[in-house]
Design a protein around this ligand. Sequence first.
Ligand SMILES: C[S@@+](CC[C@H](N)C(=O)[O-])C[C@H]1O[C@@H](n2cnc3c(N)ncnc32)[C@H](O)[C@@H]1O
Length: 357
Amino acid sequence: MSLRDRLIARIAKGGPIGVADFMNACLHDPEGGYYATRPALGEAGDFITAPHVSQMFGELIGLWAAEVWERLGRPARARLVELGPGDGTMMGDMLRAARAAPGFLDACEVVFIETSAPLKGRQEEVFGDRARWLGSLGEVPWDAPVILVANEFLDCLPIRQAVRDGEAWRERLVGVDGRGKLAFEIAQSIYFPPHPPHEGEGEEGGDVFEWSEALIEFGGLVGELIARASGAGLVIDYGRDASGLGDTLQALRGHARDGALETPGLADLTAHVDFPAFLAAARAAGAETGPIRSQRAFLRDLGIEQRAATLAHARPDEACKIARQLNRLIAPDQMGALFKAACVYSPWLAAPGFEAE
Ligand SMILES: C[S@@+](CC[C@H](N)C(=O)[O-])C[C@H]1O[C@@H](n2cnc3c(N)ncnc32)[C@H](O)[C@@H]1O
């Protein structure tokens, strides 16, 4: 039975489900979930991420990680942890670039946190004994400093949604309509989101407010890990740097948008990351956090334009392609403004790119 039919049967029996439950099933159902069965990254797949746009992205993150290690005092043992490594492209580029920092690679144990069996298989082919896989962030030991990276991981975490209805918020649910199709509906009961919008926001009928318990849980886990083990965690994703309203749930299939309910398990389903909520959870767990930066500002500070110039000089026949890749990563109307970089770090560490202003 397809995931869609199983969801319809589940709803017919138990009633409508929340958007987070729907996302979880679509992404991780063991038999029909997108990441459990068919993750398709890259040009030939459903979506493309920054490491696939250009090697420059992973290289600069690798140099960032090596600089964190330097600022940690060049510890003899450290863990380089990646959440949701996909096909391993970013870590491959990171490790190649980080060879420039003597001692860094020898000191670092590479740890991947990955739920997708097909992607873990691909990562094993590439990294073999060079890496270790753990089932969850909570399993990372606290006995060595951690340098954590996550690109386009947080946007996969399930969100819940509430819709403004008169004076009240009511949770948005996924039900089944009269024609037997999956459809959004609004719960009868009034819902009090745990992190309600600021006063004055959300007074228009139909406004949508989103929050993610899973994102806050991850913020807490990253914060606790960094506070206990010491180190820094860099997260890059698309999302917002201030509280806001709006329905951002989106499905991507074959590089095109699909209706969020149209193809359960066949499309990647994501939502904008609420960076302030993630960072607040990390601070509550004892870590420090820096300003939320645009991907453009962060990559420019790391020297992406100089790296592009060096690459173009070395490969003049590819200069136009490199310029296009640079533009895709940092132009405000491409990935430069919508994508943000944020950092969680030990209170005594000045994390590169996130030093206090
Ligand atoms: C959009 S892909 C990004 C891949 C890669 N970071 C990149 O930038 O190309 C999301 C990654 O997160 C993994 N993932 C999604 N939810 C996860 C979870 N709850 N725990 C661990 N990994 C997860 C997916 O399997 C996949 O590797």
